[in-house]
Design a protein around this ligand. Structure first.
Ligand SMILES: *[C@@H]1O[C@H](CO)[C@@H](O)[C@H](O)[C@H]1NC(C)=O
Ligand SMILES: *[C@@H]1O[C@H](CO)[C@@H](O)[C@H](O)[C@H]1NC(C)=O
Ligand SMILES: *[C@@H]1O[C@H](CO)[C@@H](O)[C@H](O)[C@H]1NC(C)=O
Ligand SMILES: *[C@@H]1O[C@H](CO)[C@@H](O)[C@H](O)[C@H]1NC(C)=O
Ligand SMILES: *[C@@H]1O[C@H](CO)[C@@H](O)[C@H](O)[C@H]1NC(C)=O
Ligand SMILES: *[C@@H]1O[C@H](CO)[C@@H](O)[C@H](O)[C@H]1NC(C)=O
Ligand SMILES: *[C@@H]1O[C@H](CO)[C@@H](O)[C@H](O)[C@H]1NC(C)=O
Ligand SMILES: *[C@@H]1O[C@H](CO)[C@@H](O)[C@H](O)[C@H]1NC(C)=O
Ligand SMILES: *[C@@H]1O[C@H](CO)[C@@H](O)[C@H](O)[C@H]1NC(C)=O
Ligand SMILES: *[C@@H]1O[C@H](CO)[C@@H](O)[C@H](O)[C@H]1NC(C)=O
Length: 455
C-alpha cells in the first residue's frame, strides 16, 4: 500500500461538479487518499452482448428482456490503482452514474466511507445486468475492498454495491439501505465475485443478496439481510453460486429465497424467514426453485442446500419447484410452517401466465434429500412432475405424500434403516425402496402404484 496523504480538495471532483447536479457534498469534505489517487470521471463502456431471452417474469432478482449491449454507465469518482479512500462522504444525484467505480485492472480500497446515491437509471435491465447506476460498482478486472462505512441509495434501478464481469468485491461491516424500485442490496452478475461479511442490508424492492444474468460467485458470512417489498423481494435471489452462512435473512413481504435455473444456493447456520403476500397466479411459497425462461439463468438443475439454522414460512408451502430440475438437500435445519399451508414440498407445473414454460410440460424433476433431518409437512408432485425422496442418516419425516391420490409422473421414496417416515394420511407413490419397518403407517396406508404396500 502506498503512503497515504491528505488532499484538501479532491482534484477530479471539480469535473464531477458539473454532473452531480448540485449535490457534491464531497467537495466540502477532506477525505484521505493515496498519494497516487486522483478521482476522475470515466465514459460509458461498450462490449459484447450476452444473448437476450424471451422475457419471463422473474420474481425478485431477474428482470428478463434486456437490450443486450453492456451498459454500466459512468462513475462520478473513478478509483485508480492502489487508491485508498478513507472516511468522508461522497454523493451523486446524477442519473446512470455510480458514486464510485473501479474499472480495468484497478485494485482499490474504501474505508469507512459514506456513500449517498440518488438519481435514476435509464434502463432497469442494464441496472440489473451490468450495474448501471449502482451506488458502488466494480467492473472489468477491478478488485475493490470496502470496509465499514455505509451506502444510502434511493435511486431507481440502483443496487447498493455491484460486482460485474471479472471484478471482485470484498465488503465487510458496511450498512446498506436501498429504497428505489428495481434495486437490491448487493449484487453479482456477468460472472462477478463478491465476498461479503457482517453487512446489515435493508432493501425495499428487490433482493438484499441478488444476482442476475451471467451469474457469478458470492459468499456471505454473518450479518443481517432484510427485505420489505410486497412482491419480488426475497432475501436472496440466486442466478449464481451463492453461499450464505451465520446470517439472518428476513423477507417481510415476499418469499424468503429464490433459485433460478442452473444455479445454487447453500445456506449454513442461518435464521431465514419469508412471508409471501402476493402470489399472482403462483402457488404461495417460501422457497422457489424454477426456470423463468427470461434468459437470465441457464437451463439445468437448481440446487438448494440448507445445513443447520432455521427456515420459517409465514405464508405458503415451504418449497415450490416448477419448470426446472432441482435438488434440495436438508441437513439438521429446523423448518417451521407457520402459515396456512401444511405442505413442505410441492413439485408441479404452473399455468404459464408468467412465461415459465408451457402448460403440460412445465413440471419439475426434483430430488428431496433428507440427511440427518427431522421435518414435518406434506409432499406433493403433480402428474407431470418427478420427485425422488431420499430419507437417510437418521432422518425423520412426518407427513403424507400425494394424500389426494394423485399419481405423479414418478414419485420414488427411498429410506434407510436409520430413518423413519410417519404417515399422517394415506400416501401414494410409484416406488418404495427400503424396509416398511421404517415406515409408521398407523391407521393410514402407503400405496405403491395404487397397491397397498406390504412387507
Ligand atoms: C472502463 O474502462 C474502459 C477502458 O478504459 C472504458 O472503455 C470504459 O468506458 C470504462 N467503463 C466505465 C463504466 O467507466
Ligand atoms: C433523470 O431521470 C428521471 C427519471 O427518469 C428524469 O425524470 C430526469 O429528467 C432525468 N434527469 C436528467 C438530468 O436526465
Ligand atoms: C480489506 O481491507 C481491510 C482493512 O483495510 C483489510 O483488513 C483486509 O485484509 C482487506 N481485504 C482484502 C481481501 O484485501
Ligand atoms: C438505514 O436505515 C435505518 C433504519 O431506517 C437507519 O437507522 C439507518 O441510519 C440507515 N442507515 C443509512 C446509512 O442510511
Ligand atoms: C459453488 O461454490 C462452491 C464453493 O462455495 C463450490 O464448492 C462449488 O463447486 C461451486 N459450484 C459450481 C457449480 O461451480
Ligand atoms: C451461527 O450464526 C450465528 C449468527 O446468526 C452466530 O452467532 C453463531 O456463532 C453461528 N454458529 C456457528 C457454529 O458458527
Ligand atoms: C402445488 O402447486 C400447484 C401450482 O403449481 C397448485 O395448483 C397445487 O394446488 C399445489 N398443490 C398443493 C398440494 O398444494
Ligand atoms: C430427472 O432427474 C434425474 C436426476 O437428476 C435424472 O436422472 C433424470 O433423467 C431426469 N428425468 C427427466 C425426465 O428429465
Ligand atoms: C444427500 O445429502 C448428503 C449430505 O449432503 C450426501 O452425503 C448424500 O450423498 C446425498 N444423497 C443423495 C442421494 O444425493
Ligand atoms: C409403478 O408403475 C410405473 C409406471 O407404470 C412402473 O414404471 C413402475 O415400475 C411401477 N412400480 C412398481 C413398484 O410396481
Amino acid at each position: 500500500m502506498p503512503a497515504i496523504t491528505r488532499f484538501g480538495v479532491i482534484v477530479g471532483a471539480a469535473t464531477g461538479l458539473f454532473s452531480c447536479l448540485g449535490n457534491c457534498q464531497s467537495l466540502t469534505t477532506t477525505p484521505t487518499l493515496a498519494s497516487t489517487g486522483t478521482l476522475t470521471r470515466s465514459g460509458v463502456p461498450t462490449g459484447a452482448a450476452p444473448s437476450g431471452g424471451p422475457g419471463g417474469t422473474p420474481p425478485g432478482g431477474g428482470t428478463g428482456g434486456g437490450s443486450g449491449t453492456v451498459n454500466s454507465g459512468t462513475g462520478l469518482y473513478v478509483l485508480t490503482d492502489d487508491q485508498v479512500v478513507s472516511g468522508g462522504s461522497y454523493s451523486c444525484e446524477a442519473n446512470d452514474t455510480s458514486v464510485f467505480i473501479a474499472n480495468g485492472t484497478v485494485s482499490a480500497t474504501l474505508i469507512d466511507v459514506t456513500v449517498v446515491k440518488s438519481g435514476d437509471t435509464s434502463s432497469d435491465d442494464d441496472s440489473s445486468f451490468y450495474g448501471l447506476n449502482a451506488g458502488i460498482l466494480a467492473i472489468d478486472q477491478a478488485v475493490l475492498n470496502i470496509t465499514g462505512g455505509s451506502v444510502q441509495d434511493t435511486g431507481e434501478g440502483s443496487d447498493g454495491v455491484f460486482a460485474y464481469g471479472d471484478s471482485t468485491i470484498y465488503i465487510s461491516g458496511t450498512r446498506i439501505n436501498v429504497t428505489g424500485g428495481n434495486s437490491g442490496g448487493i449484487e453479482a452478475a456477468g460472472g462477478g465475485t463478491m465476498y461479503a461479511s457482517n453487512l446489515i442490508i435493508d432493501a425495499n424492492n428487490k433482493a438484499a443478496i441478488r444476482s442476475d444474468r451471467g451469474g457469478g460467485f458470492m459468499v456471505v458470512d454473518g450479518g443481517e439481510y432484510r427485505t420489505s417489498g410486497a412482491q419480488g423481494a426475497p432475501a436472496v435471489y440466486s442466478t449464481a453460486n451463492i453461499t450464505v452462512k451465520n446470517a439472518i435473512l428476513t423477507a417481510a413481504g415476499s418469499e424468503a429465497l429464490v433459485i433460478e435455473g442452473l444455479n445454487e444456493l447453500t445456506i449454513t447456520n442461518c435464521t431465514v424467514s419469508g412471508n409471501m403476500g402476493v402470489s399472482g397466479t403462483q402457488e404461495l411459497h417460501n422457497v422457489m426453485l424454477y426456470q423463468s425462461m427470461s434468459g437470465d439463468a441457464e437451463d439445468g438443475t437448481s440446487e438448494f442446500t440448507m445445513i443447520g439454522g432455521s427456515l420459517e414460512s409465514l405464508s405458503g408451502c415451504m418449497f415450490y419447484i416448477t419448470n426446472t430440475a432441482a435438488i434440495v438437500t436438508l441437513s439438521g435445519a429446523e423448518l417451521t410452517l407457520s402459515g396456512d399451508s401444511s405442505y413442505l414440498f410441492n413439485v408441479s407445473g404452473n399455468d404459464a401466465s408468467n412465461g415459465w414454460g408451457s402448460v403440460g410440460s412445465n413440471g419439475g424433476n426434483a430430488t428431496l434429500n433428507l440427511s440427518g433431518q427431522t421435518v414435518a409437512g406434506d409432499i406433493y408432485a403433480d402428474p407431470i412432475s418427478i420427485l425422488n425422496i431420499d430419507i437417510a442418516d437418521s432422518s425423520a419425516l412426518t407427513g403424507a405424500i400425494n394424500p389426494d391420490g394423485t399419481t405423479a409422473a414418478g414419485l420414488a421414496v427411498t429410506i434407510d434403516s436409520t430413518s423413519t417416515w410417519v404417515l399422517n394420511a394415506d400416501s401414494y407413490v410409484t416406488s418404495f425402496t427400503g424396509s416398511l419397518d421404517n415406515v409408521e403407517q398407523g391407521s393410514y396406508t402407503l400405496f405403491v402404484n395404487n397397491t397397498a404396500a406390504s412387507a
